[in-house]
Design a protein around this ligand. Structure first.
Ligand code: JFZ
Length: 459
């Protein structure tokens, strides 16, 4: 039954993504005119978000102390009812940590090595343009000293303003700042939604309303008023939240945010089953890469391995090449790539993550022009050999050809794009030979990026 529910959740969300893409990718025919079209009434300026293309997600909290294991069990552990998951930020529920034991972790949370400047610098060097930190995940622990909850940083030995330090560092490096906030599930506060599992009793609407008024809304207000984030990342993922996150509560939360910081971007997972037209960007499903441009600003939240938070036994690290290709693919469809890091409890980034950040950053040093501020080419299918992005300017159109497979060495340019006038290797400026009619380009002999080689085509 549980597997069916997760599959149905996944299919449900995939249908949202597909519907959103189809509704935007094709005009609605007559019979569809009655259907609510995918229009946006987003009032915030999303231009910076569209241009950014690449951000850092950080999952960090009490769960980082346990690193995916507890009491002789390590996630995923199928011997436990809900242990079949790599997500170490869910350790409390999935490895059945007694509530007091878990809450006592706050007494040892003291990230003495946390260096906000290092986080922001590494994100900047990786070519990331914004950073989103879990300010409160489902466990309910606030990473700041909250006035409305004692399950917070104020109850830990850490007497620093971690979020304030991060906000300062992000601004120093020109990064936009975002906070993930679990507005629906809160396993600590009476009335907060519990895991959406069959064997979990959910709070009544009246109880949820108490949590909503006592903790959820006030904490979002605290985040906005104290740290002025540029974006908020809320988390629901299917219809399972609908008894608590109603369109009414969705709009109440949006109204609150708009009243305090009108330019703060809000994601569609504030109410995944019905995001409505007022949200500013769509967050795809975890590690979900849509095949179509979703027509509105969108991003894929993605892990570097299986877990979001630090997991000492997760060795499933994706390669930098894989992640560069995912960044390129999303960009070619008008989407962003929000790539996650799970720091150790002490605040340091694990070496495999650091290495990948710097390798992706190195690629962007040479190829960033083909990603940042570019647009998708919705009117054509991606060629077999790679992906395309475009940049229109007064002097004409530039197409960036991201080559992932040189096939026979002569790569056809989709006919609809017309005839290229010239071509070069973006990184080196080396001239690339075109076929007579400018409808194809030929692999040059010089240095080519072994991940994704970018050829700049001038039309
Ligand atoms: C949610 C969080 O639960 C997770 O810990 C992480 O923060 C991620 C970015 O967002 O991920 C989920 C969890 C469960 C489902 C979907 C997304 N689900 O059961 O469909």
């Amino acid at each position: 039954m549980k597997t069916f529910k997760l599959i149905s959740n996944t299919l449900f969300l995939a249908s949202i993504l597909l519907f959103g893409a189809l509704a935007n990718a094709c005009s609605l025919n007559n019979k569809d005119k009655t259907r609510k079209t995918e229009v946006t009434e987003s009032s915030a300026d999303t231009d910076w978000f569209r241009d950014a293309r690449f951000g850092m997600f950080v999952h960090w909290g009490l769960y980082s102390i346990l690193g995916g294991s507890y009491n002789g069990h390590t996630l995923p552990d199928e011997s436990l009812s809900h242990g079949k998951s790599w997500y170490s930020e869910w350790v409390q529920m999935r490895l059945e940590v007694p509530t007091k034991t878990y809450h006592d972790l706050a007494k040892q949370f003291n990230p003495v090595n946390f260096d906000a400047d290092e986080w922001a610098r590494e994100a900047s060097l990786a070519g990331m343009k914004y950073l989103v930190l879990t300010s409160k995940h489902h466990d309910g622990f606030a990473l700041w000293d909250s006035d409305v909850s004692n399950f917070d940083l104020g109850s830990s030995p850490c007497k620093r303003d971690l979020l304030g330090e991060l906000a300062t560092a992000c601004r120093k490096y020109g990064l936009k700042l975002g906070f993930y906030y679990s507005h629906w599930q809160d396993w600590e506060c009476e009335g907060g939604a519990q895991p959406d599992w069959e064997d979990k009793v959910q709070p009544s609407d009246a109880m949820f309303q108490k949590y909503w008024q006592k903790k959820s809304l006030p904490q979002v207000r605290e985040l906005l008023e104290r740290y002025k984030p540029d974006m908020l990342w809320f988390d629901t993922w299917s219809e399972s939240c609908k008894e608590h996150i109603t369109p009414k509560r969705r709009d109440e939360l949006i109204d609150l945010i708009r009243s305090i910081k009108p330019d703060c971007l809000i994601n569609g997972r504030i109410c995944a089953y019905d995001p409505g037209p007022r949200v500013d960007y769509i967050s795809a499903f975890d590690n979900e890469h849509p095949e179509k441009n979703l027509g509105r600003p969108w991003q894929t939240p993605a892990t570097m391995y299986k877990s979001w938070a630090w997991h000492a036994n997760d060795f499933n690290w994706k390669s930098s090449e894989q992640m560069i290709k995912l960044l390129v693919t999303n960009a070619s469809l008008g989407g962003n790539y929000l790539l996650n890091i799970g720091p150790y409890a002490n605040g340091k980034f694990p070496a495999p993550a650091l290495r990948r950040l710097r390798e992706i950053g190195a690629w962007l040093v040479a190829n960033g022009e083909s990603i940042y501020g570019t647009s998708p080419i919705d009117e054509i299918e991606a060629p077999s050999w790679g992906r395309l992005c475009k940049r229109a300017n007064t002097r004409g159109t530039i197409i960036y050809a991201h080559v992932m497979d040189w096939e026979n060495g002569t790569l056809a340019i989709p006919e609809k794009l017309g005839q290229a006038k010239s071509a070069m290797v973006l990184e080196t400026g080396q001239k690339v030979e075109l076929t007579q009619n400018g409808q194809a380009f030929i692999k040059p002999n010089g240095a080519l990026d072994h991940n994704v080689a970018t050829i700049k085509l001038i039309f």
